[in-house]
Ligand binder design. Sequence first.
Ligand SMILES: Cc1cc2nc3c(=O)[nH]c(=O)nc-3n(C[C@H](O)[C@H](O)[C@H](O)COP(=O)(O)OP(=O)(O)OC[C@H]3O[C@@H](n4cnc5c(N)ncnc54)[C@H](O)[C@@H]3O)c2cc1C
Length: 320
Amino acid sequence: MAEVLVYVDHVDGAVRKPTLELLTLARRVGEPVAVALGKGAEGTAGVLAEHGAVRVLTADAPEFADYLVVPKVDALQAAHAVLSPVAVLVPSSVEGKEIAARLAVRIGSGVITDAVDLEAGEQGPVATQSAFAASFTTRSRVSRGTPVITVKPNSAPVEAAPAAGAVEALAVSFSALATGTKVLSRTPRESTGRPELTEAAIVVSGGRGVNGAENFAIIEALADSLGAAVGASRAAVDAGWYPHSSQVGQTGKSVSPQLYIASGISGAIQHRAGMQTSKTIVAINKDAEAPIFDLVDYGVVGDLFQVVPQLTDEVNSRKG
Ligand SMILES: Cc1cc2nc3c(=O)[nH]c(=O)nc-3n(C[C@H](O)[C@H](O)[C@H](O)COP(=O)(O)OP(=O)(O)OC[C@H]3O[C@@H](n4cnc5c(N)ncnc54)[C@H](O)[C@@H]3O)c2cc1C
């Protein structure tokens, strides 16, 4: 069976969930071969094997940590040269998309970014994308070279599918470009203890209706009861109530969680663009005519200051 390269996003050997989702999709088009780079790469093999990786190609070198993306592109290109895979799959992070684009240019291939689904096709993998603020769903396939496809987090379930996961060293020689941009320092973001917004299975967002930074505590309490990430509309961000890094929408982040709860958000097209592909959408809004109700699975017409705390209490009481 044809092999599919899967680029592994990990932190010191801890594989991030979008990579496991990629393995689910990879198995639809071929045998997944994972490429794990940098510190802790070998430590990824166990979990990758549990989720279907037939082989795990690893490489570690100071270049992966000390320089930006080019050393990783060099490594992925080396893996591509060894395997001749039917596709290369990369998580749709900012870094992932840069790696994918650079790789595609190097190997003369077409690239598809931000896919939300992937299936096997007679002439190669077919990717589904959600386009123009989620107004259209497109299906595309790369018609030149090895398809390089980035896939958004939460596009597929994580599924156990035990495979050999044989660890092999990947030989990489770095191009002259690899050391072009050096990382001088790193400052870890202060942890909120909540999941990363773009990867979270549940997102609870607040908008202008939250009416003040201090009131975001009730949004956070609901999020914490559900183990969710917190998002915000641009109106809430522009008002300085929540950081821009939490903005959902056209000029913020795109999320596609299993459950999206919007509180005090009207549902402007620019907000919808960032959350419309969520699997189940719930809105709490005191205006029954708010456009957000056009796309919800469940809508609550009510004052969020009453509804959200009650919901939080109910969730917490059921956990007990
Ligand atoms: C180029 C461009 C890019 C943009 N990018 C983004 C983006 O990335 N993300 C984004 O979100 N927006 C974006 N916007 C802004 C967007 O057009 C809207 O202005 C914004 O989404 C509105 O935010 P909101 O829904 O929180 O506020 P509003 O539209 O003011 O809605 C507030 C809602 O809260 C409800 N409400 C009020 N009080 C309560 C209460 N007590 N209980 C329950 N409900 C209550 C109201 O009924 C109302 O529906 C962009 C705009 C432009 C022009």
